[in-house]
Write a protein that binds this ligand. Structure first.
Ligand code: HAM
Length: 420
């Protein structure tokens, strides 16, 4: 074969699409139930948008962006995440004057130049939500409840919610200093990335997966001991609200997230069945992003995004429990060419207008093969149109499950399916 897929990308074949379609239906339905409205932003955005929002010390910006220059010399990026583009769209489309909070959701394809492995691709899809304009802990709790409801509606019951507070820029400054002091003593033992993080963003060291770094991470100072009164109250209220909705959670001191825009609440939902790439969904508050980094008005905001491929992988093990679209034809119509072919297309058209799924043989096949093919296509009924049917205006429709034949007038085939 001359050409192959680009490394880290995937072809989504029809069976996977059935699951993806189902997921998309559930997430949209649930998001609308929480008052969210859909938005799509472009795949291409200004590179600067991500440097300023996701952060110039994040892995996404330093290592993973697909950047390009267009013919007009513009520096563009194939978006690595959805939040920054939605924030840009919020400002550019003057949604700042809409009644608050503004609640938006998206289904988006994203690109990150990561090391591909199971559950981690260079092109992938996310369902995400962003809620602009509320700093109330109720907003945090409602968003987490949305994530939880989506996963329940997708029939998951054993996922774990991890939550933490990263505080505000003021209290985080003290925490940052405490981390620098703590890690500086063992700087030479940290991996190269962490040595770099120590000066740029020491919080990210807590997230390091390199085994040799773990012993130095286990006994680090904890953010919760550095939270200011306001951040502490906010976090406690979020936890209380979650408990009042019977949403169980684990407070995870090491949860810092890989994007620089977060403040206060951050959370992830994790599956044990996906190995190393077990995070199915992650998000948090980003109260400073719109004002500080994008020159917009003060807009406390929060959101999360869910990896569609990871959810699909988990659902693949239980497709029988899901209400997936059935792609199989209700009826398979075969013919002997000429006028019988014309008639099959006409009958198919009438049936399809009435919502019946029809497979018409586009090449006439021998009688022997037709039964086999109809069964292979998993059709429910078979109709073979020949000269006799043309002459008499009647046909025999076979139910393939029990091989029962029904005599039906050609004019009344739609009626027959209405009754079946
Ligand atoms: P994120 O944690 O980078 O957050 O991504 C969210 C989810 O996308 C992950 O939990 C994972 O399920 C999926 N994901 C990430 N990278 C890949 C990949 N390479 N291959 C397959 N799936 C992947 C964000 O993107 C934030 N924008 C979320 C957010 C929205 N925060 C606030 N609002």
């Amino acid at each position: 074969m001359k050409y192959k897929r680009v490394k880290g990308t995937r072809d989504i074949l029809p069976d996977e699409w059935l699951i993806k379609d189902y997921i998309e239906g559930v997430v949209k339905e649930t998001a609308y139930a929480f008052g969210y409205r859909e938005i799509t932003t472009p795949i291409l955005e200004d590179t600067g948008l991500f440097i300023h929002s996701v952060g110039d010390s994040s892995d996404i910006v330093t290592k993973e962006m697909y950047t390009l220059q267009d013919k007009g010399g513009r520096d563009l990026v194939m978006i690595p995440e959805g939040t920054a583009g939605v924030c840009r769209a919020y400002l550019e489309n003057k949604m700042t004057v809409w009644p608050k909070p503004v609640k938006l959701f998206y289904l988006q394809r994203l690109f990150r130049y990561e090391r591909p492995q199971k559950g981690r691709y260079r092109e992938f899809s996310q369902f995400g939500v962003e809620c602009f304009g509320s700093k109330n802990p109720l907003a945090d709790a409602e968003i987490i409840s949305l994530a939880n409801t989506i996963l329940k509606n997708l029939k998951f019951d054993s996922l774990e919610l991890h939550i933490n507070s990263l505080g505000c820029p003021t209290c985080r400054k003290d925490y940052r200093e405490a981390l620098v002091t703590h890690f500086s003593e063992n700087k030479q033992h940290l991996c190269e990335d962490c040595q770099d993080r120590l000066s740029k963003n020491p919080l990210r060291i807590l997230d390091c997966k390199v085994r040799s770094c773990r012993p130095y991470i286990d006994d680090t100072p904890k953010m919760k001991d550095y939270l200011c009164e306001e951040c502490k109250t906010h976090f406690n209220q979020v936890l209380e609200l979650l408990a009042s909705m019977d949403i169980s959670f684990v407070v995870d001191d090491k949860l810092v997230r890989g994007l620089d825009y977060y403040s206060r609440t951050v959370f992830e939902i994790i599956s044990k069945d996906l190995g190393a790439q077990g995070t199915v969904l992650g998000g948090g508050r980003y109260d400073g992003l719109i004002h500080r980094e994008l020159d917009g008005p003060e807009t406390p905001s929060m959101g999360f995004a869910m990896g569609i491929e990871r959810i699909t992988m988990l659902l693949q093990n239980k497709v029988e429990e899901l209400d997936l679209r059935n792609p199989n034809p209700d009826i398979y119509i075969s013919n002997f060419g000429g006028e019988t072919a014309m008639l099959s297309l006409k009958i198919a058209q009438d049936l399809r207008q009435n919502g019946v799924k029809v497979w018409v043989d586009l090449e006439s096949k021998g009688m022997k093969k037709v039964f086999d093919l109809a069964e292979k296509r998993k059709a429910s009924y078979l109709l073979v149109l020949g000269e006799d049917e043309l002459k008499t205006g009647k046909c025999s429709i076979r139910r393939l499950s029990d091989r029962t034949d029904f005599n039906v007038e050609l004019q009344k085939i739609s009626l027959f399916f209405d009754k079946e």
